[in-house]
Write a protein that binds this ligand. Structure first.
Ligand SMILES: Cc1cc2nc3c(=O)[nH]c(=O)nc-3n(C[C@H](O)[C@H](O)[C@H](O)COP(=O)(O)OP(=O)(O)OC[C@H]3O[C@@H](n4cnc5c(N)ncnc54)[C@H](O)[C@@H]3O)c2cc1C
Length: 523
């Protein structure tokens, strides 16, 4: 139950971004009330004991951190850290009839040798080094702008200060850039996946949604590295909730907001079961579709999600068919399955035509190899491991006839996806799955529509809506603080503070920070 009837700021939604905004604003002396629909905060950045009677705290939805600026961790005094993965990625394949794979990471010499062994020349590794040297320089220049007022397109281009890179990544379809740089289909596919995570598109999409998605996957932290949150993603959400509470913010869970009314100066927020509160500013961490519903406005254009998410617990890591790679190395990075360039194109074509992909592409990784603290001591001792799978090209429309009781399409896709993984294993994954206290295999799968039901992600879109390039158009009206920080809505005192804001999407805290800065700038 809220303690007051009126606040400086009410925040709708307690995802990690809402918590960031709450902590900044409460530390600045504002009265802050955060209202969360679910019985816990964190949104898509949480850990959970997903399997009955099993002491394994899995990052249930999001699992790796790249976009969270160290500045936010420092400013808010968070007790939260990440750990680097020793391997960046491993992609199993078959060449000349023999199982093999591409290992990226574990030292430059290993990576160079792996490229040479796979492609038969030194050329592809040189192209890789050159390409990621370029994205790293881009990251160094673009990432710091994400927590500054929004640059115009011209200002960001000047900051990037490299016309060839600007053209390659901001102006022409990513596929053209990839095809010009790389020859090997598997290498091309590994590069392209960063443009497809959570985004249903192709290499040559003229709208450049693949470029926008790619950009957010390679600029994080000024390096593009994806790190493991120590203690799981829930450790971040808990540290943020703690910081917000310590600063004096009120966090109320189990409290859905049902309506929002504003005259541009003051707003009224109506809740289910806890009455109505007034606020000078309302920050909306929920998705733009939910904001429209609360205001009684028409829904924004849909942008469906397109992923199958699977959490698993294993009694041991499976052996690989590739005899030269240790599964502990392969699974500690991102393990790509059927993500060759042509395979990704085929899977997209099938899904766009309304069919489940015949060879579903996915990527997998094992959190517990880098951070065993998410498992109870007994499970660590017995060699158990978590496995997280993110399947691509599984758009929400394919699951329209699934129900919570009979998720037929989801189950078919899960079986097909695990069969594709099995093709690269020397023993079936099923033999390695742990069982929960009721004797059921420890496998938890979610379609985009499951994520919509559980988290309110529109159509399961993990970024709340389509990602945008991190700049304002040159002609944009940046007269208000909200517009300058990329968090404006049609209402002067209602700001977006979640993934749906410009420069939102991913576990970053950036839109939460930026919405708080806009409120403070307005005074
Ligand atoms: C399966 C999956 C895997 C992902 N993997 C990664 C990853 O590895 N790394 C990464 O960086 N990103 C990843 N993402 C994306 C990332 O998790 C999200 O973009 C990010 O967590 C969004 O955070 P948020 O705080 O803006 O919104 P959310 O986390 O969506 O939080 C919004 C909150 O608002 C609440 N809410 C909604 N409506 C109301 C209402 N009416 N009243 C009150 N409360 C309401 C919701 O319950 C929710 O708690 C993944 C996402 C998913 C789903």
């Amino acid at each position: 139950m809220p303690e007051r009837t009126s606040y400086d700021v009410v925040i709708v939604g307690g995802g990690h971004n809402g918590l960031v905004a709450a902590a900044y604003l409460a530390r600045a002396g504002r009265t802050v009330l955060l209202l969360e629909r679910l019985d816990h905060t964190g949104g898509a950045a949480v850990s959970a004991r997903a399997f009955t009677g099993i002491d394994a705290r899995l990052s249930r939805y999001s699992y790796l951190v790249s976009l969270l600026p160290p500045k936010i961790v420092r400013d808010l005094g968070l007790r939260f850290a990440v750990r680097k993965r020793t391997v960046s990625s491993y992609t199993p394949t078959v060449r000349a009839g023999r199982p093999t794979g591409l290992l990226v990471g574990a030292g430059a010499d290993r990576t160079r040798a792996s490229f040479a062994q796979l492609t038969g020349s030194a050329r592809e590794y040189a192209a890789w080094e050159d390409f990621y040297g370029t994205t790293r320089r881009l990251a160094e220049r673009v990432f710091p702008t994400l927590t500054e007022p929004l640059p115009t397109r011209a200002a960001l281009r000047a900051r990037v200060d490299d016309d060839a890179t600007w053209h390659a990544l901001f102006e022409r379809p990513l596929g053209e850039t990839i095809e010009a740089a790389f020859h090997d289909d598997l290498v091309r596919g590994v590069v392209l996946t960063d443009g497809l995570i959570g985004t249903f598109t192709t290499a040559h999409d003229p709208t450049l949604r693949q470029n926008r998605c790619f950009l957010y996957h390679v600029i994080g932290g000024g390096t593009g590295d994806w790190d493991v949150p120590l203690g799981g993603m829930g450790a971040l959400a808990d540290a943020l909730a703690d910081a917000a509470r310590r600063a004096g913010a009120e966090l109320v869970t189990g409290c859905p907001v049902t309506a929002l009314a504003t005259d541009g100066r003051t707003a009224e927020v109506t809740t289910e079961g806890h009455g109505t509160v007034a606020a000078r500013h309302v920050l909306v961490n929920a998705a733009p579709r939910e904001l429209a519903r609360l205001l009684g406005d028409p829904a924004p254009p849909p942008a469906e999600g397109a992923q199958l998410k699977v959490n698993m617990l294993l009694t041991r890591l499976p052996r690989l068919r590739d005899p030269h790679t240790d599964p502990r190395e392969a699974f500690s990075g991102t393990f790509h399955v059927d993500e060759g360039y042509a395979q990704l194109e085929t899977a997209h074509r099938e899904a766009a035509a309304g069919r489940l992909p015949s060879a579903p592409p996915s990527e997998i990784y094992c959190h517990s190899l880098t951070d065993p603290s998410i498992l109870g001591a007994d499970l660590v001792r017995r060699g158990y491991h978590t496995l997280t799978l993110f399947g691509l090209h599984a758009p929400a429309r394919l699951f329209a006839t699934d129900t919570a009781e009979a998720p037929a399409a989801r189950d078919r896709l899960l079986a097909a996806t695990l069969a594709q993984l099995d093709a690269h294993l020397a023993e079936p994954l099923a033999d390695c799955l742990a069982e929960d206290a009721d004797g059921r295999p420890c496998v938890e799968a979610r379609s985009p529509l499951d994520l919509d039901r559980e988290l309110g992600l529109p159509g399961g879109n993990i970024f709340h809506r389509e990602l945008a390039f991190p700049h304002a158009e040159d002609t944009a009206d940046l007269a208000t603080a909200a517009a300058r920080w990329g968090v404006a809505t049609d209402h002067a005192n209602v700001l977006l503070c979640g993934a749906g804001a410009l420069r939102g999407g991913g576990v970053s805290g950036i839109p939460g920070h930026n919405a708080a800065m806009a409120v403070l700038e307005e005074g």
